[in-house]
Design a protein around this ligand. Structure first.
Ligand SMILES: Nc1ncnc2c1ncn2[C@@H]1O[C@H](COP(=O)(O)OP(=O)(O)OP(=O)(O)O)[C@@H](O)[C@H]1O
Ligand SMILES: [Mg+2]
Length: 330
């Protein structure tokens, strides 16, 4: 899948090809359409990223985990009709892992030959014209970042003993990172920022997060899903927590509650019967307690805080009090 454009894969000898390859267009409209079909909300982000990619630019997506960065990019790649090479950024991502390497046993018998080269995700993306998506960019070692920097500048990669690998017209680099990652964003060189556009991702609205969860769990009671989203979102604001949960917590909460309710033969609803309330609490603890982090100095436990938030997320009973609520209002 190379978007129909013939990939100018030139594995030529080093030193050749004086003209640098250039980026070709990508079908911006079908990228946006694909993301509308697969992604809840994110219209602005989808349009801006599609436009930047279509214009030949590289993009840095910055936002907390679970904010739909990968989901959106997958949809955009599909809409563009190009592949997606996904690379998890971590300290072990050496240049050889990113670029590829010569098969050592074949080198012994056959010497260095193009056929002995095992392409890594970068060479695969360059030659097939895929989007190279590097997650957790801020965890990537410096020397690997420098390889990416070179590719960003030239759309060309010099591979020792292989030669020059030119980027196919549809090749783009997309990197993602979490700005609050303890590893820090300071390591991302200004040179890299200077060579790409940037789109920030924040958590979506309660309605959108509810729609995301309902997509996967359309048979679960709607009020229960709303409550799960409310409880999850409240972890982002609790004074004892320094890190709250993304929508992934709500997705897990509903999934666990759904099967736990089946095991225990209880019904899920917004306001639960006492037996089912325990099921909700158990699901909330399983889904959220590992995802949140206590603020330093807090004397509470995460279980305690999550159980409190789950209890507080119950919808208000309109018949319980007519003094401060106003259930009869027109
Ligand atoms: N806008 C959205 N539309 C549909 N699904 C979404 C959306 N946002 C998040 N999700 C769902 O939430 C989960 C997390 O999304 P995703 O993996 O795309 O996040 P991410 O930003 O790439 O996270 P990370 O930074 O941890 O890699 C997935 O199950 C995804 O389907
Ligand atoms: Mg991701």
């Amino acid at each position: 899948m190379t978007n129909g454009s013939a990939a100018p894969v030139s594995l030529v000898d080093t030193g050749a090809a004086p003209r640098l390859p250039s980026a070709g267009p990508l079908p911006v409209r079908s990228m946006i359409d694909a993301s509308h079909a697969r992604v809840v909300g994110r219209e602005r982000e989808s349009e801006v990223i599609a436009a930047a990619l279509a214009a030949g630019r590289s993009i840095l997506l910055e936002g907390p985990p679970g904010t739909g960065k990968t989901t959106l990019l997958r949809a955009l790649a599909e809409g563009a009709g190009v592949g997606l090479e996904l690379v998890e950024g971590n300290a072990e991502l050496s240049p050889a892992r990113l670029v590829g390497h010569h098969d050592p046993s074949r080198v012994l018998t056959e010497d260095y030959r193009p056929e002995n080269f095992v392409p890594g995700p970068l060479v695969r993306a360059l030659t097939s014209g895929a989007l190279l998506y590097v997650e957790e960019l801020n965890r990537v070692p410096e020397e690997t970042l420098n390889v990416l920097l070179g590719v960003l500048s030239e759309r060309r990669l010099h591979v020792p003993r292989l030669g020059v690998v030119d980027a196919a017209p549809s090749f783009r680099l997309v990197a993602a990172m979490n700005p609050s990652d303890a590893v820090g964003t300071g390591r991302i060189t200004p040179a890299l920022y200077d060579r790409s556009c940037r789109v920030g991702f924040a958590h979506q609205s309660a309605d959108e997060e509810t729609a995301i969860v309902r997509r996967d769990h359309d048979v679960v009671d709607a009020a229960f899903v709303e409550r799960a989203v409310r409880a999850t979102r409240s972890t982002r604001e609790h004074p004892d927590l320094r890190l709250g949960s993304s929508v992934r917590g709500a997705l897990d909460l509903v999934a666990v509650a759904e099967s736990l309710a089946e095991v225990r033969a209880v019904a899920l609803a917004g306001r639960l019967a006492p037996a089912a309330e325990t099921t909700g609490t158990d699901a909330a603890l399983a889904a959220l307690s590992g995802r949140v982090q206590l603020l330093e100095g807090s004397t509470r436990t995460v279980e305690d805080v999550v159980a409190e938030l789950w209890a507080a997320s119950a919808p208000v009973d309109p018949s319980a009090s007519s003094e401060d609520g106003d259930p009869g209002k027109a």
